[in-house]
Design a protein around this ligand. Structure first.
Ligand SMILES: [Zn+2]
Length: 159
């Protein structure tokens, strides 16, 4: 009797969604995809990580960088410290901070510099950037986007 390999089982049990592989089977704690293999549940992301010849550092787990708990795509796999409270790598933190920054403000850092450098009235700038004039005033006065040289500093300081 030929047994399916773990990878075959994972591929069969997953659906390709937006370039990711979403596991259709069981999740442990609602966020760790597991496959029943060789008589025991196996953490799919960790198994694929090791199958790719990569080492898992002590105290680390494999997470999906796309943010989808069901995703088992090796493309999305990232190694993270398994600490409660969500300790992540500096690179991951910077990514999160950049995403939050984008959500908070529709402007890029370059836009903000342009607005600050401009001597046009706030109403004109507001129309150009599709914002409210009082938001422009905030930017001009520096209340929003405080230190432009380091867009992450506000977020990192707020922990
Ligand atoms: Zn993914």
């Amino acid at each position: 009797m030929s047994k399916k390999s773990l990878i075959e089982k994972v591929v069969e049990g997953s659906a390709v969604v937006d370039g990711c592989m979403h596991w259709k089977g069981a999740l442990v704690h609602g966020r760790i995809p597991v496959v029943w293999f060789d008589g025991k549940p196996v953490n799919i992301r960790s198994a694929l990580w090791k199958a790719a010849g990569k080492r898992l550092k002590p105290g680390c787990i494999v997470k999906s960088s796309c943010g989808e708990d069901r995703c088992v795509s090796p493309e999305c796999a990232v190694q993270q410290k398994n600490a409660r409270g969500g300790t992540t790598t500096p690179l991951h933190r910077a990514k999160i901070a950049a995403t939050m920054q984008r959500l908070r403000s529709p402007l890029s850092a370059q836009d903000v510099e342009d607005i600050r450098a401009s001597d046009e009235p706030p109403e004109v700038l507001a129309r150009r950037y599709d914002m409210r004039a009082d938001s422009i005033v905030c930017i001009l006065s520096g209340r929003r986007w405080a230190p432009i040289s380091n867009p992450f500093s506000g977020l990192l300081g707020a922990r």
